[in-house]
Design a protein around this ligand. Structure first.
Ligand code: SAM
Length: 276
């Protein structure tokens, strides 16, 4: 049977936009019309539907919950890399970890959060930074929460397995120290470092189950997909999750506008500190 292109109308695009916004807070501008087609057409075909309309009726129908999650995954953009925006990791090592390691050694609790972790280079880079200045961290109450709305990338992140070519941002010294060959040109995180990150699926624009506060939150290159209202609401919620003196790191093209409302002060172009 010939594979035909599923029918895709403006009304279908508007429906996908509505779903992305309502479920994930993701704003899809008009310029994404073709991208949406190419990403969602595959889901339409996999579900053996002839048109976007039939597919979206199914997604929004009583049996559509699982497919709705797959649709959201298909609409996310997961570009990432190890030690992306290196200055954040230098700041973490030099300005943040000295006090946190003293606290941990004294029996205190230390929590950091990679709030849109994608396939994992961000939380694994945080773990390597922490261990480079505090090698015994995994033996203390130090943990990195790593979350993303996309369950596929969270599973990949949790595996700690990467093609060697993707690990270029990691120094040779760190690769030798924290990773082992896993066959077929792949490397895998191994040893005590694996005790630091915990991976979970979490929608930043839904309820959060976490009760405690964080010393540092990396929420980078995700609010670029949200509209301004969603963005500012998220900054406030993240600021509420920081302990006094804690740090929020945002992407290079992102900015917290409502500093006073969030109780944050800017300490570098993309680094904010919670007051108190
Ligand atoms: C471009 S990646 C950024 C990854 C990493 N933070 C970095 O800077 O390299 C954006 C990530 O945000 C996630 N994302 C999009 N909307 C989300 C939401 N509502 N809640 C949680 N994660 C979301 C996507 O699944 C994707 O993995």
């Amino acid at each position: 049977m010939a594979i035909t292109d599923p029918e895709y109308t403006d009304a279908d695009f508007q429906r996908v936009r509505g779903i992305a916004k309502d479920v994930a807070g993701i704003f899809l501008p008009e310029s994404k019309r073709t991208l949406v087609y190419s990403r969602v057409a595959r889901r339409v075909r996999e579900n053996a539907k002839a048109s976007f309309r039939d597919y979206l009726d199914f997604v929004q129908g009583p049996a559509g919950q699982v497919e709705l999650e797959k649709l959201i995954c298909a609409l996310t953009t997961n570009v990432t890399s190890f030690f992306r925006e290196k200055n954040h990791f230098t700041h973490l090592e030099e300005e943040v970890m000295p006090a946190l390691s003293s606290r941990a050694r004294a029996g205190g609790r230390v929590r950091l959060w990679s709030a849109a972790c994608s396939t994992g280079p961000e939380p694994w880079s945080m773990a390597m930074s922490i261990m480079s200045v505090f090698p015994e961290a995994p033996t203390y109450d130090v943990r990195i929460l790593a979350t993303d709305i996309n369950s596929n990338v969270v599973a990949q992140a949790a595996s700690g397995l990467y093609p060697e070519a993707e690990t270029e941002g990691i120094s040779l010294d760190m690769r030798n120290r924290f990773m082992e060959p896993a066959g077929q040109g792949q490397l895998r995180f191994a040893g005590p470092i694996c005790g630091l990150p915990a991976f979970r699926v979490l929608n930043l624009n839904a309820e959060w189950p976490m009760k405690g506060l964080f010393s540092a939150i990396l929420c980078r290159n995700v609010v670029i997909y949200f509209d301004e209202v969603t963005r500012e609401r998220l900054w406030r919620r993240l600021a509420d999750k920081l302990e006094p003196g804690g740090f929020l790191y945002v992407g290079h093209s992102e900015r917290v506008v409502s500093l006073r409302e969030c109780g944050l002060e800017q300490v570098a172009p993309t680094i904010y500190r919670k007051g108190g």
